[in-house]
Design a protein around this ligand. Sequence first.
Ligand code: ADP
Ligand code: MG
Length: 368
Amino acid sequence: MKDLLSWDQTLFKDSELFELDHVPEHFLHRDAQMQSLMFSIRPAFSGARPLNCLCSGPPGTGKTTAVTKIIEEIENHTSKVVPVLVNCQVDSTRYAVFSRVFRKLMGYAPPTSGVSFKKIFGEVAKHIAEEEKVLVVVLDDMNYLFYENEVNDVLYSLLRAHEIHPGARVGVIAVLSETGVPHILDRKVESVFLPDEISFPSYTLEETRDILSNRVKLGFYPDVVDSDVLDRIAGYTHSLGDLRVGIDLLKRAGLNAERHARKKISVEDVESAYEKSRLVHLSYVIRSLKKDEKVLLGLVADMQEATSGDLYEKFHSMTNLGYTRFYEMLNKLGAVSLLDADFTGKGSRGRSRIVTLRYGADEVRKRL
Ligand SMILES: Nc1ncnc2c1ncn2[C@@H]1O[C@H](COP(=O)(O)OP(=O)(O)O)[C@@H](O)[C@H]1O
Ligand SMILES: [Mg+2]
């Protein structure tokens, strides 16, 4: 009996650490990115306009964590610099972004009806100029501003606030979840944005293991996770490239072990958790796709083992997009681990590929 848990025992020392919105105390392997961010922000501390930044990398590489920590640092340091975190998935229009900024600056929401964008914008610019504050707007998951075609308006308004209101100092930290397809800004926006680019590459297998090992140490009681179990979890996480998978796996495997009243997580606990945890990645990636990419993914789900030629025909008839775009999207969906495309060596364009989903068609359709 000594290897079994009694009903009121738990393996989790701190279960909060396995929630995906938890901000980790130890942010490992991201020193260079944190330093670059601090460097860009620094001018704001002496009242000047900060350098703009563009943070980009695949999902689950610590981008949101990094900007959240920078915001904390700024807020601990001074009230003269006001950072505003905008989650563009929620606030995806120029109006919504500026309402969010307004709320942070004034401490109350702008009136919900009958107020023009121009009015909100004017109040924001006037406030920071008069109070001599420097505004730092963090646009997290800026991808969503592209989908809504609002990105140029948002950036242009933020970055030219000082022309409307002399003395209004604004910097932008943009965060892009990068998925293979370039996000292109209007030339006139590009020329005022000029960001320092900060890249968040996928973690290596060793880094992944190290980060997860740290989470284990803080979140579980000693000896709950043996090193072969950790290896397995790190391997799965690395193969999907999204740290969320590993954190979710730890949580589910821990709950599985508890359900069986075991004092240790076994490899089987990990195996049975994986089917669910990999869907964390699936949901996350599908949410970040563009409309046409979703159309293509839906087609792959419906057609099962399609050749790329057949896929292209259907895709073209639905979207009117050409082969180059199709091909880019196919590669992108492969790069984010949604599908496999194997070369068969035949086909009218020399190389035709068999395209298959890496997830169950139903799981994919449910999320489209
Ligand atoms: N270097 C790291 N150290 C500790 N935890 C990390 C690290 N990078 C990411 N995480 C964790 O992984 C999850 C996803 O990170 P997040 O910053 O949201 O990624 P992104 O915004 O790039 O998609 C979060 O739960 C976060 O706590
Ligand atoms: Mg994020």
